[in-house]
Write a protein that binds this ligand. Structure first.
Ligand SMILES: Nc1ncnc2c1ncn2[C@@H]1O[C@H](COP(=O)(O)OP(=O)(O)OP(=O)(O)O)[C@@H](O)[C@H]1O
Ligand SMILES: [Mg+2]
Length: 542
């Protein structure tokens, strides 16, 4: 209970500036007033008692002579008349005259009152001997005693009423001070509280607060002005944020709309792309069929013509055989014709068979290829030597820059095929003008890792246009369609290098400068043919 009260008081004390200020000033003041009252009462008490004692002493001393005479003369009436004026004193309680033996000679008022709150003063009654004065003991004879009782009640009453007056005026002063203080502090705290409430409203993000009108030039006035500025800034910031939010909404709408449009466009693009791929494939297929048809059509067409002619000749010859005029010269003519026709037939059919064989090789079914250890320069040298007669009359020179001792465990037949195709291409495409001189260089370099070798076939001929370069490895891509090219040579190179030899092929070319094919091969070919390899050839127009 007490703790609860203290806690509540502590909370009010710490939360209210007014309570704290008034409390801090008024509490000591209250203590001071209380202390002053207590001190005043105790001092007054002491002073009043001292004064009363002095009065009692003076009174008994004054009456001692007369009362002593009356006692000596045993004159009670005289003694009573001497003491009687005492009864008028408001503080008088009683007075007693004792005889020498201690018995009461005369009593006035209360003779034996209770002693609390009393001042008791007594004096010996002396019968003066000659030359002595009353009160000078030793010079007179002790005949009795006078005792006076005075009460302190009246003095205490006066003191109490005075103390109350002090206390009440002190309290009045205290109340006045506290009231004044409260008015002063309220003049500060009330606008401060209004402003702190306003700040809380501002902090909560609202700007609908009323700034208290303070027409003051002191700190409170300046604080109110600052709060007004703060409110204005907050309002501006809020407006800015709202404006931004509205912008963001608009932007989000635009983005959503654009995203929708882009998604739709992407879908259309995907459809178009699929359509394009499909039509590209169809076009490639069409091109392939056209190439095959064109290539095979020539020898087959020739064969058909020759076969038809041969058939006609045979019919003619059979008719001649049935007739009677069968001359030796006629037989020789027909025999020659048959011979020529069959030679043409065989030649054309061989050409057709050879073409079909080449088309079949696109599948790169190299399972029958023999794997063995061989020296690179020896195999390459043999291939070049085999090709050399073909270009006997060409002004193009062939340079071999092959280091000796590079031993490979691979497929020499496949490697020979690659080299043949690249050299044939160089002759046919780089040096299409049969009279132009140039050179084809076949080189090899052992890689630093000691496990790979780079084979290069470079020419300084026409070069390949940049637009064509990315397509040269595509099957059936040729710039010589209709004049001997089937567009399979480089595709076969690519397929053999990738799937049989386990290497990679790259090309760099520049118009008028020449073309260089680089093939990086492992010295030991992979055990399994890389049917699944997907690595693309590297094409670098230089
Ligand atoms: N060394 C080269 N210089 C210039 N162009 C080349 C060279 N090698 C290849 N090409 C170009 O690359 C194309 C494709 O070559 P690829 O060997 O695949 O087909 P092709 O030689 O035309 O026909 P095929 O080899 O089947 O008889 C060629 O038509 C040619 O345009
Ligand atoms: Mg070719």
């Amino acid at each position: 209970m007490l703790r609860g009260c203290l806690t509540r008081f502590g909370a009010v004390f710490s939360e209210s500036l007014m309570v704290r200020t008034v409390g801090l000033i008024c509490l000591p003041l209250l203590l001071a007033v209380g202390l002053a009252v207590v001190v005043a009462i105790s001092f007054s008490n002491r002073d009043a008692r001292t004064a009363l004692e002095a009065r009692a002493r003076q009174t008994v001393a004054l009456l001692a002579g007369g009362v002593g005479d009356a006692l000596w003369n045993v004159d009670r009436v005289a003694a009573q008349s001497i003491l009687h004026p005492l009864s008028k004193d408001p503080d008088f309680v009683g007075a007693v005259v004792f005889e020498r033996g201690g018995s009461v000679f005369l009593g006035l008022g209360e003779v034996d009152p209770p002693r609390s709150g009393l001042i008791v003063e007594q004096v010996s009654l002396i019968r003066l001997t000659a030359g002595g004065q009353a009160g000078e003991q030793g010079r007179g004879q002790h005949i009795g005693q006078l005792r006076l009782y005075l009460t302190t009640a009246n003095a205490e009453r006066t003191i109490n009423s005075r103390a109350w007056a002090i206390a009440l005026s002190g309290l009045g002063l205290l109340v006045a001070v506290c009231g004044l203080l409260a008015v002063i502090v309220r003049g500060v705290t009330a606008p401060v509280r209004q402003m702190t409430d306003g700040m809380a409203v501002l902090a909560a993000g609202r700007i609908d607060l009323e700034i208290p009108r303070v027409d003051r030039r002191d700190e409170i006035g300046r604080m109110a002005a600052a709060l007004g500025t703060l409110k204005q800034h907050a309002a501006e910031r809020l407006e800015f944020i709202e404006r931004q939010a509205r912008h963001m909404e608009v932007i989000e709408e635009i983005v959503a709309k654009r995203t929708g449009e882009l998604t739709a466009a992407l879908e259309t693009l995907k459809l178009a792309q699929n359509e394009l791929i499909r039509s590209e494939k169809l076009a490639a297929l069409g091109g392939m069929v056209a190439a095959i048809a064109h290539e095979i059509n020539t020898p087959i067409g020739s064969s058909l013509t020759v076969a038809t002619t041969l058939s006609d000749k045979i019919t003619e010859f059979q008719a001649i055989l049935q007739g009677k005029e069968l001359r030796r010269s006629v037989i020789r003519d027909y025999s020659d014709s048959f011979g020529t026709a069959s030679q043409l037939l065989v030649g054309n059919l061989l050409r057709a068979s050879e073409l079909i064989g080449r088309f079949k090789r696109v599948a790169v079914d190299q399972t029958g290829e023999l794997r063995r250890r061989f020296e690179l320069d020896v195999v390459c040298g043999e291939v070049v030597a085999m090709l050399r007669p073909t270009y006997r009359h060409s002004p193009v020179s062939i340079d071999l820059r092959l280091p000796g001792g590079v031993v490979m465990d691979s497929f020499p037949g496949a490697l020979g095929q690659v080299l043949t195709n690249l050299m044939t291409n160089a002759m046919l495409h780089a040096f299409a003008d049969a009279t132009a001189a140039g050179s084809i260089t076949v080189g090899a370099t052992l890689e630093e890792d000691g496990r790979h070798v780079t084979l290069t076939v470079a020419d300084d001929g026409a070069g390949i246009p940049a637009a064509v370069l990315p397509r040269i490895f595509d099957p059936f891509f040729t710039t010589k369609l209709g004049s001997g090219g089937s567009g399979l040579g480089l595709h076969i190179v690519y397929a053999i290098v990738m799937r049989v030899l386990g290497g990679v092929v790259a090309v760099e070319s520049q118009i008028g400068q020449g073309t260089r094919f680089s093939i990086v091969l492992p010295l030991v070919a992979p055990q399994q043919s890389g049917q699944d390899a997907v690595e693309e050839p590297v094409i670098m127009p230089s």
